[in-house]
Design a binder for this molecule. Structure first.
Ligand code: FES
Length: 103
């Protein structure tokens, strides 16, 4: 049964910004991509860089450690050295609250 958890207020991130959120022991990267919130696993599949601290340009986030790139809207890897995608998590809004659905 999926569990929905509030992780932010809708005003918290401006377009192009991201942050790390820890929810129930899961580390997530939350991004505002052109006004829409998306969440992916925070841990880079290369050697564990924090994607929530990476630079976001459009929908591409760059890992702060060695520069792998991921699609913040889907978790797909776009550029090495990482080779594997990260998981993405459904995001929903209710009023001013941003929720993430955990499994
Ligand atoms: S840990 Fe992310 S590119 Fe190396």
């Amino acid at each position: 049964m999926p569990k929905t958890v509030k992780v932010a207020d809708v005003t918290e991130l401006q377009p192009g910004e991201g942050k790390t959120v820890d929810v129930e022991g899961v580390s997530l990267a939350l991004f505002n991509v052109d006004g829409t919130y998306f969440a992916i696993a925070n841990t880079c599949t290369h050697v564990g860089g924090s994607l929530g601290e990476g630079a976001l340009i459009g929908k591409e986030v760059t890992c702060p450690l060695h520069g792998a790139q991921f699609d913040a809207t889907s978790g797909k890897v776009l550029g090495g050295p990482a080779r594997n995608d990260v998981k993405s998590f459904p995001v929903s809004l209710e009023g001013d609250d941003v929720f993430i659905e955990l499994e």
